[in-house]
Design a binder for this molecule. Structure first.
Ligand SMILES: N[C@@H](CCC(=O)N[C@@H](CSC=O)C(=O)NCC(=O)O)C(=O)O
Length: 279
């Protein structure tokens, strides 16, 4: 698989780079960003995959979260993919709404027409992207995964479904119980149809109930997040986790909202949490 480098910037002794490539899973050209810490010049380093939220590209996290300083200290690479397939031939929400279609792939494999041809972000993140990263960059197979909001939902569900592939998982303000909240219901109905058993396979609060192999999990939620009451439902996740004794640390952070200011405040905690498992 070939990659085209489209940007390169040195920071904290390492490198932020953007690449494009043709994705087999998604049937379109995709862009991702990578931060390679200075340690990667000497030896393969572990990787944190970051999944962003609605409306984001590979750039939001890399430009706003301030993760590179601590990733450089710890020696962890970070990969930030886009949040959906992109391009003129990719279908979008008929009303161009921000919560479905372009920028809103929800990290599922769509089963419904016309979405199923390209909207296969689950396969892209779980298999195609790690294969590409591990073929082309000085990284080890030690992987963790994190994300925000829609990407927090993606990180949790992907780790819960693939406990053999990830050593730890964390999330900021995740959509914790998407099948019972409006963003999730719209996305699941559109991408997956009305099969609620299939919905459960992409819902962290459902998946956690039946998990048997545990990936350590950290979740941060801001108490002043405007999406908290209607869209996020962290209590459903907490209840499901406590029901099976799942190792979940869920922290309510007083006064914080849904933005990247919140993520920037606690990203160091998350990187150090992952470092305990991948270093
Ligand atoms: N109405 C807003 C909604 C978009 C938004 O808030 N997106 C969040 C993620 S929300 C859940 O997945 C985000 O990360 N935005 C990008 C950023 O850099 O802050 C809108 O249309 O903006």
């Amino acid at each position: 698989m070939s990659l085209e480098n489209i940007s390169s910037n040195k920071l904290f002794g390492g490198w932020h780079k953007q690449y494009t490539h043709e994705s087999k899973s998604l049937g379109c050209a995709m862009r991702f960003a990578i931060y390679l810490p200075p340690q990667s010049l000497e030896q393969p380093v572990p990787v944190l995959y970051w999944l962003s939220g609605l409306t984001c590209t590979d750039e939001n996290f890399m430009q706003k979260a301030g993760a590179q300083r601590i990733a450089s200290e710890l020696g962890i690479a970070i990969i930030a993919p886009d949040t959906s397939p992109r391009g003129d031939n990719i279908p979008d929400d008929p009303e161009a709404a921000y919560d479905f279609g372009l920028g809103a792939g929800f990290y599922v494999n769509a089963t419904q027409s016309p979405w199923s041809q390209h909207y296969r972000m689950y396969d892209y993140v779980v298999s195609e992207l790690p294969d590409l990263i591990e073929e082309h960059f000085p990284v080890s197979k030690k992987r963790s995964i994190s994300g925000h909001s829609m990407g927090g939902h993606g990180a949790l569900t992907i780790a819960l479904r693939n406990p053999d592939r990830y050593l730890s998982v964390s999330a900021f303000s995740p959509i914790s119980n998407p099948m019972n909240t409006p963003w999730g219901q719209k996305a699941f109905m559109g991408y997956l149809g009305n099969d609620r058993e299939l919905w459960k396979t992409y819902d962290a609060s459902e998946l956690i109930k039946t998990s048997t192999v545990y990936v350590p999990a950290l979740v941060d939620q801001g108490s002043e997040d405007s999406f908290l009451p209607e869209q996020l439902q962290p209590e459903a996740l907490r209840l499901s986790a406590s029901g099976v004794g799942y190792p979940l640390t869920l922290r309510m952070q007083e006064g914080y909202d849904h933005s990247y200011y919140f993520i920037a405040t606690f990203i160091e905690d998350h990187l150090k949490f992952h470092a305990e498992y991948i270093l």
